[in-house]
Design a protein around this ligand. Structure first.
Ligand code: FES
Length: 293
């Protein structure tokens, strides 16, 4: 009976270890789709098997003896009884190594499963890819179908989403918002004076709060009593002023939207005059000290 309980505990611990390893495998192999249901099942299974192993250990293997009468003074017979009990306990743990191995394996793999998700916090050593964008001087702005965006097609009171010609549209540094503003109301820094030809400005479409796509453009219906045009992120309503270099005027975003310098080609099409004014995407510890590359 006791041997069977020990075997059951060892099996439960091995099952717990196997489930924890399965969690790490689901997490690490992207081809499996990082299915959260499978990961949850694996981690839950690991904890459940561990709990079952502890219950069986506590119930069947830990010696519990309740003495109701007063504890007798030690005598020779009692000493013999104690020796027998110790010997008995020793016999029970002749499989101690098996149980120890199973417990160690379960503990190590469960620990690995618990720290594995820390990898999702992002790259630690090589963070350069986070600041790389496909924008270069002369690269034309195109729509989703690859058609170049002409400056004379950009109407006021609306906005356009554009991408770098020939680059992957899904890159975080690709999409930009383009809008036409009154050139007389632009308040750009002096070194960006030439970044908005004819009052047309472009900013990264990725919110600097938590990387949602900024997809609302507020335009006053009754100027001047209504607020001036603004780019708004629908996630937590960070609001950016396109006339003032993407400055945050409301909401949780901690830094301005990165601005893309624009120029108009001889054919009247919009092209980038260079790279963004700063790193694209959500704010993180290093971001304030770096430039887009
Ligand atoms: S992600 Fe844009 S406001 Fe939060």
């Amino acid at each position: 009976m006791r041997r069977r309980s020990e075997t059951v505990v060892a099996l439960l611990l091995f099952c717990s270890a196997a489930c924890a390893v399965a969690f790490v495998v689901f997490y690490a192999i992207e081809k499996l789709g990082r299915n959260t249901q499978y990961m949850g099942l694996a981690l839950g299974g690991s904890l459940a098997f561990l709990a079952a192993a502890l219950i069986v250990t506590g119930d069947r293997l830990v010696e519990t003896e309740q003495i109701e009468e007063e504890y007798p003074l030690p005598d020779e017979a009692a000493q013999e009884q104690v020796d027998e009990l110790v010997a008995d306990t020793g016999r029970r743990f002749t499989r101690k190594r098996l149980l120890g191995t199973a417990a160690g394996l379960a503990g190590a793999s469960l620990g690995a499963a618990l720290i594995t998700p820390a990898a999702s916090l992002g790259p630690v050593l090589d963070t350069d890819p986070l600041t790389r964008t496909p924008w270069r001087r002369g690269r034309r702005l195109v729509d989703t179908h690859g058609t170049p965006l002409r400056a004379d097609e950009v109407d006021p009171k609306t906005f356009y989403t554009a991408y770098p010609e020939g680059a992957d549209h899904d890159l975080i540094g690709s999409p930009v918002i383009v809008a036409r503003l009154d050139p007389g109301r632009l308040r750009l820094p002096r070194d960006r004076a030439a970044w908005a030809p004819e009052g047309i400005v472009a900013y990264s479409k990725i919110c600097t709060h938590a990387a949602c796509a900024v997809s609302l453009f507020r335009t006053p219906r009754f100027p001047p009593t209504q607020p001036r045009p603004a780019i708004v992120c629908p996630c937590h309503y960070s609001t950016f002023d396109p006339a003032e270099a993407g400055k945050v005027i409301f909401g949780p975003a901690g830094r301005p939207l990165p601005q893309l310098p624009l120029m108009v080609t001889a054919a009247g099409e919009l092209a980038a005059g260079g790279n963004f004014s700063g790193p694209v995407g959500p704010s993180w510890s290093e971001v304030r000290n770096r430039r887009a590359t």
